[in-house]
Design a protein around this ligand. Structure first.
Ligand SMILES: [Zn+2]
Length: 101
């Protein structure tokens, strides 16, 4: 489940937004993401705690933070992205979904 941190340039507050899928995230982005606090569209995505682990045989994407996952996604390495999505979707079955506000 993708999660992104945003900082609002209008009210200065930060927010974490969760999406049920990358498709939902794309749809939200296409429609314009707004600040949950003040409704401003002047918000920027913040990437926190980015520490990309060195590739290894026992690399587990399940333990990654959303920022790290984002890094993998934006690295454009199809093999890594596919493996990450596979692992994360496996995990997601065990996690109760929380409704998006
Ligand atoms: Zn705001």
């Amino acid at each position: 489940m993708p999660a992104y941190d945003y900082a609002c340039n209008s009210c200065g507050k930060s927010s974490s937004l969760f999406y049920k899928s990358y498709a939902a995230y794309d749809a939200a982005r296409a429609g314009g993401i707004t600040c949950p606090h003040c409704g401003s569209s002047d918000i920027v995505r913040v990437i926190v705690g980015v520490t990309l682990a060195k590739p290894s045989a026992d690399r587990s994407y399940k333990k990654m933070t959303s920022g790290e996952m984002l890094n993998v996604l934006e690295s454009g390495k199809a093999g890594e992205v596919n493996e990450m999505v596979r692992q994360v979707t496996e995990t997601a079955k065990d996690i109760p979904t929380t409704p998006t506000p």
